[in-house]
Design a protein around this ligand. Structure first.
Ligand SMILES: Cc1cc2nc3c(=O)[nH]c(=O)nc-3n(C[C@H](O)[C@H](O)[C@H](O)COP(=O)(O)O)c2cc1C
Length: 166
């Protein structure tokens, strides 16, 4: 729901594409071959990321950290000089039923961004706590403060992309 709300609040002259991680196998270095020989599912995942000027990661928090499936996807995209993550602007948003709105997930991402020399947009933080009270049955975000933070975060990501291009 949060991802769809974010997609409805994009800055001007910006588009978004959703990239699914559902079909990725578990990371296996034996399958992580040079570009021309990579399995198609990996190649197409990495190609989709390559085309993006920046990444928006929207996630829950699992055990104070990055959900395994999401970390697996990051790992598949992370290897080689042709990694689509290297030096890429990135922003994280999250929602949880509990009180902390993915604060620990977002911290857990920092070493990943550091290692990949990514350009993370830290502020404003988008931490949707007690999410069950913040979305209606149609998936609309009813918290205006949160909507404002999402809007500003997306603008900050766009600024980071433009700055990075220049
Ligand atoms: C394995 C697992 C671990 C979880 N760990 C946390 C956690 O550390 N902190 C938290 O706030 N919520 C935690 N939750 C609750 C998730 O935030 C909640 O399931 C999520 O918001 C819903 O998204 P999902 O349907 O994609 O799991 C956990 C849920 C699962 C399934």
């Amino acid at each position: 729901m949060l991802l769809h709300v974010a997609a409805s609040l994009l800055p001007e002259n910006t588009t978004i594409e959703f990239v699914s991680i559902a079909d990725l196998p578990l990371y296996n270095a034996d399958m992580d071959l040079p570009a021309a020989e990579r399995p198609l599912v990996i190649k197409s995942f990495r190609d989709q990321l390559s085309k993006a000027d920046g990444l928006l990661i929207v996630s829950p928090e699992y055990n104070y950290s990055i959900p395994g499936g999401l970390k697996n996807a990051i790992d598949w995209a992370s290897r080689g000089e042709d990694s689509p993550l290297l030096r890429k602007p990135v922003a994280v948003m999250g929602a949880t039923p509990g009180m902390w709105g993915t604060a620990r997930l977002q911290l857990a991402f920092q070493p990943v961004f550091l290692f990949l020399d990514m350009k993370p947009v830290f502020k404003p933080e988008v931490l949707i706590a007690q999410a069950k009270n913040k979305f209606d049955a149609q998936g609309n975000l009813t918290d205006d403060v949160a909507r404002g933070l999402i809007t500003n975060k997306l603008m900050a990501l766009k600024d980071m992309i433009l700055q990075h291009r220049n």
